[in-house]
Every structure is written in structure tokens, then in C-alpha cells.
Design a protein. Structure first.
Length: 220
């Protein structure tokens, strides 16, 4: 889901108050960069989808359902949820290390595995152009609902670090950027633990896969 307009307006109002003289366009531009850094370093925007595999085919293009750019592969699991050795040599393309083999005894037009028991794939995404009509990045709704304080710190820190502006303040910039980076680490840990309290290792919920990360790249 896109950002909730109420959350957006709240962040904008907070930024306007603390960045006297800053333009809305400047705040929006910085907010885009803040979201990009936050998602890039936290691995918090995860999408899971079916992967429709075909015998003899090794590479598959990933098409995110809700926008964004694929930046990391978390893993691939076969039809019975066993991890499959896979990698992402190019952003947005998953490669199965050992594709399904075509057998000589197969019928002329065999049903694909995907039709009955598809593979599963999970990957991390980041924001990308285009933005919304109001120049806000197309990012998941949870981002502002959960991490609004840290994203605001990012906007304030980066803009206060600009020179010769009415809101320039090196000391406050350092303060807010430190809080912003702490928020990224918090989100990274939460994503690695699937938003659970006290979980020691990351794993898919029941029905998605096993507790191992073999065959895919886990959270780093």
C-alpha cells in the first residue's frame, strides 16, 4: 500500500517547523534520499512471490508487485519448501544454480511444475523512480507508520548539514543523523527477526521454508 496521506502531512509539518525557510520541494527531495538510504541499509522492504519455474530454464526475471527495485535475493524454495541453490547475478534476475532437468521420457507437452506446486522466492526492494504525483516516493505504508521519527531525523540531519541555509546547523545535523542511523539499525534487526521479540535467527513462517538460509542470501 502507498503512504498514508495523514502520515505524510504529519512528517511534512514537523519538517516545516524545524527547517524554517525550507521549501516543500526541497523537503520532498531529501525525503526520497532518506527513504532510499533507509531501505538500502535496513533490508526492511521484503516481498515474497511465487516463482514459476520451467524445465531447462535457469534465469527468471523478478517483477515486484508493488513497485520498487529488487536489490537483494533472500532465497528460493522449491515446491516442498526445500531451499534451492540460487543467486542474483543481475539485479532483478534470479538464477537457479541447478535448473530442473528435461527428461527424455517426459510427454510432449508436460504440465509445468509451477502449475501444481510453484517455487517460492523472497527478495529485498528499494525505492526507485517514478514518484507519486506529489513527488513522494512509492514506498510501503509501514515505513512512515513505524519509522516516522527516524525518517524525520534523516531529513532534518541531511538538510541541516547543508551550508549557508537559514536552517543550517552542524551540531544538530550530527545529532539527527546519528539518530537516523540508529533507526536503520533498529529496522535491520527487526527485519532479520521478522518483527518478533527475542528471536535469535531469521526464518520464514511455517509454510514458507525451513530455518536454513542455504540456497539464498539471508539478511546481512
Amino acid at each position: 500500500m502507498p503512504l498514508d496521506r495523514r502520515d505524510v502531512e504529519h512528517l511534512m509539518n514537523q519538517a516545516r517547523i524545524k527547517l524554517t525557510g525550507a521549501s516543500d520541494s526541497g523537503i520532498k527531495a531529501e525525503f526520497y534520499e532518506v527513504c532510499k538510504e533507509f531501505l538500502q541499509d535496513s533490508n526492511s522492504w521484503v516481498e515474497r512471490d511465487h516463482l514459476y519455474v520451467t524445465a531447462g530454464i535457469q534465469d527468471y526475471l523478478l517483477t515486484p508487485r508493488d513497485g520498487g527495485q529488487v536489490i537483494r535475493l533472500l532465497g528460493v524454495w522449491d515446491g516442498i519448501r526445500i531451499p534451492v541453490a540460487s543467486f542474483m547475478p543481475q539485479f532483478g534476475t534470479v538464477s537457479i544454480r541447478t535448473p530442473i532437468q528435461v527428461t527424455s521420457t517426459a510427454p510432449a507437452t508436460p504440465p509445468t511444475l509451477a502449475a501444481t506446486n510453484p517455487y517460492l522466492v523472497a527478495y529485498v526492494k528499494n525505492v526507485t523512480e517514478p514518484t507519486s504525483r506529489d513527488d513522494f516516493p512509492l514506498v510501503p505504508e509501514f515505513l512512515l507508520k513505524v519509522y516516522s521519527l527516524h525518517l524525520l531525523d534523516g531529513v532534518l540531519g541531511k538538510m541541516m548539514g547543508q551550508q549557508s541555509k537559514s536552517y543550517s546547523n552542524d551540531a544538530k545535523s550530527t545529532y539527527h543523523l546519528k539518530r537516523f542511523r540508529a533507526g536503520i539499525q533498529l529496522a535491520k534487526t527487526a527485519a532479520a527477526r521478522q518483527n518478533t521479540v527475542g528471536a535469535q535467527t531469521w526464518s520464514f513462517p511455517r509454510g514458507w521454508g525451513s530455518n536454513t538460509q542455504r540456497g539464498g542470501r539471508g539478511f546481512e
